[in-house]
Design a protein around this ligand. Structure first.
Ligand code: WT7
Length: 651
């Protein structure tokens, strides 16, 4: 953390907006003034301007029962109509909504009219399977058009989707199905990744076998053509269900606070939290930020957000924000290096992408590969670049602008979370003078502060804890089935101010610099992982007596997962350390998902603990990051750290 502060204080490069960009920018200075003058009226204005309401709202915010906010709560709307039908009705049915690029090179485009029809069919199919408003539907799909169609169809009938990233294991999927008591799962036989088909349906079968039995049906999209088992009466082909369904569907309007989706994210305990988002406020902020932060000109822009729908970025900036705004966008199923390392640049050239939104990890990976690969493609269509998921170091920021953006595009670094639902802190292109490495300023209508641990505002440039001081439209409305945890995690610390879990500092210009998580949550490639969740997976293995997991700095992925394990005496002589390491790494990947696979598992004789038995992860972090070991005087046995240090150096 201190390294980051020292480093960023020296960052003096500034990039004022070009006159050309400012003249055509969607965002206006006036919006900051409007929001400062009357924040609630500002949001009400955005909600009316950007969305179509079936029943107009008269109330803007009800904060009488914190921490659960109610926005626009006497209004009604249908989210999918806002993303689809109204664009067709406005005469934009022929505009392309999705350019889909499959990893093997197949491609398909959907106009707004075609996407609307597909969603109507899917909505009818879901209804005929007995799915009704409020039911939970789990979605476990590759990034293919059917994923977008499935989410919108679920939303259209007022059901609640819970998208589970396709890289998660059967166990992770099962626990999410159970927690939400999902009655239906939408999956595919398989999808393409790294040049081959990875199976999904077999994982769903395995997951359902482990659940408590809420799932009645499984809808299966045909994508990978891989062999799958079939359970008659439960499993249904997506294409058959849609073919049988009518293309006409009269949507029903739902209350603004009707639940839209649950999305699970790692917390500081072993159990993921089901973050709950609702309809009207969420869609308002999704649409507003997508328009203003990405300077969207829907008639001419081709927008590409590289996130998977399994993450909040995919929800807000692949599905809801862009479609609410009538944008044309690209979605890509596969990995950036398949079949060649220039795949992304090829896609940008092919579709003439104008706005690219991706993560620092990806940028750093490309940076390592050099300028020659992107240099082979015509990237001149790009006019705006975005970054999300973790702090972007100034070097990567400048490389992104220079090499991908031709030295002219604004780069917006956007800070937000699964819980915030939409972007909270970002420069506005065309207005803000850009500062590499800083997320800069709260968007209009959002109030942010930085507090000391005791809750006092930090006035100097020292770091503190980031809070959102006032409710915002796209804020989470709770943790599914666990209001106590909702209260404890975000509100107990500072009362009615939302505690984000991030450290931050504000510089003399008022720009905000994010300093990483202050809790036991790691950020690996922009994905949130919990140390406790990986530890509990490790100790669930019959060999493991104890485990400590830490996130250590990594030049590409931001952080990397490192585990220290003590093997049970009864198994100590079974294998050599390398074999223990291999098996335990695979075990975590199998139990949680490949993204959680530790980079290293060190087998140690003992973990460093205080006399009261608390594991001192700080010391493990010192060793792993090659620093001199900090204060060990509180250790029950100071010799433990010496052994761990010697061992880490030896390997
Ligand atoms: C955590 C939220 C927001 C979608 C992707 C991740 C970190 C996110 C930034 C940024 C510095 C960032 C924070 C945050 N984070 N964006 N621009 N600069 N840090 O969503 O999985 O809910 O993770 O990601 O630590 O709390 P998420």
């Amino acid at each position: 953390m201190t390294d980051t502060i020292d480093h960023t204080l020296e960052e003096l490069r500034r990039f004022p907006p070009s006159q050309h960009f400012s003249e055509q920018a969607v965002a206006t200075e006036a919006e900051y003034h409007e929001a400062a003058a009357d924040r609630l009226e500002f949001w009400a204005h955005r909600a009316r301007e950007l969305l179509e309401w079936e029943t107009p709202f008269t109330r803007v915010l009800d904060w009488s029962t914190p921490p659960v906010a109610r926005w626009f709560d006497d209004g009604t709307l249908n989210v999918s109509v806002n993303c689809l039908d109204r664009h067709v009705a406005a005469g934009n049915g022929d505009r392309i909504a999705l350019h889909f690029e499959g990893e093997p090179g197949d491609s398909r485009s959907y106009s707004y009219a075609e996407l609307t029809t597909a969603v109507k069919r899917a909505a009818n199919a879901l209804s005929s399977l007995g799915v009704t408003a409020g039911d939970r539907v789990a979605i476990y799909l590759p990034l293919i058009p059917e994923a977008v169609i499935a989410m919108l169809a679920v939303a259209r009938i007022g059901a609640i989707h819970s998208v589970v990233f396709g890289g998660f294991s059967a166990e992770s999927l099962a626990s999410r199905i159970d927690d939400a008591e999902a009655s239906l799962v939408i999956t595919a036989d398989g999808g393409y990744r790294k040049g081959r088909v990875f199976p999904l349906k077999p994982t769903v079968d395995e997951a359902i076998a482990r659940t408590r039995g809420s799932v009645r049906q499984v809808l299966v999209v045909q994508r990978g053509d891989n062999d799958i088992d079939w359970q008659e009466g439960r499993d249904i082909w997506w294409h058959e269900a849609l073919a049988d369904a009518s293309p006409n569907h009269t949507p029903q309007a739902f209350a603004a606070e009707h639940p839209l989706f649950i999305l699970y994210t790692s917390g500081t305990t072993g159990r993921p939290k089901g973050i709950l988002h609702t309809s009207g406020g969420y869609l308002t902020q999704a649409a507003f930020t997508h328009r203003s932060v990405f300077d969207l000109h829907p008639q001419t822009d081709v927008y590409w957000c590289t996130a998977d729908i399994g993450w909040i970025t995919g929800h807000t900036y692949v599905v809801y924000g862009p479609l609410a705004n009538g944008a044309t966008q690209v979605i890509y199923e596969g990995t950036p290096d398949t079949p060649h390392p220039g795949r992304w640049w090829e896609i940008i050239e092919k579709y003439g992408v104008t706005i690219l939104y991706t993560a620092p990890t990806a940028i750093r990976t490309f940076m390592k590969l050099g300028t020659e690969i992107p240099g082979r493609f015509d990237l001149r269509s790009l006019r705006l670049l975005g970054s999300v998921g973790e702090p972007i170091n100034p070097e990567a920021w400048v490389w992104y602008r220079d090499v991908i953006g031709g030295g002219t595009t604004p780069v917006v670094d956007t800070w937000w979370q699964t819980e915030t639902g939409a972007i909270m802190i970002s420069a506005l292109p065309g207005i803000t003078t850009l500062k590499p490495g800083s997320a800069q300023v709260p968007i209009p209508g959002i109030n942010i502060d930085i507090l000391t641990d005791g809750g006092a505002p930090v006035t100097s440039e020292d770091g503190g804890l980031l809070v959102v001081t006032d409710p915002w439209p796209s804020m989470l409305r709770g943790i599914w089935g666990d209001s106590e945890r909702f209260q404890e995690t975000y509100w107990d610390k500072f009362g009615d101010k939302y505690f984000a879990g991030d450290g931050a500092r504000r510089d003399a210009d008022g720009d905000i610099w994010l300093l990483g998580r202050v809790d036991d949550i790691m950020n690996v490639s922009g994905h949130r992982l919990s140390t406790a969740e990986i530890e509990s997976s490790l100790v669930a293995h019959p060999w493991t007596a104890e485990a400590a997991v830490i996130g250590v700095s990594d030049a590409i992925t931001g952080q990397a997962v490192i585990a220290y394990c003590v093997i049970k005496q009864s198994h100590e002589s079974d294998h050599d350390p390398a074999e223990f390491e291999r098996v335990l790494r695979d075990h975590v990947a199998k139990e949680i998902g490949a993204i959680a696979r530790p980079k290293r598992v060190y087998i140690v004789g003992e973990l460093p603990k205080t006399r009261s038995g608390k594991i001192m992860r700080r010391l493990l972090r010192d060793v792993a990051e090659g620093r001199p070991i900090g204060d060990t005087t509180t250790l029950a046995d100071p010799a433990v750290m010496k052994l761990i240090e010697q061992m880490s150096r030896a390997r």
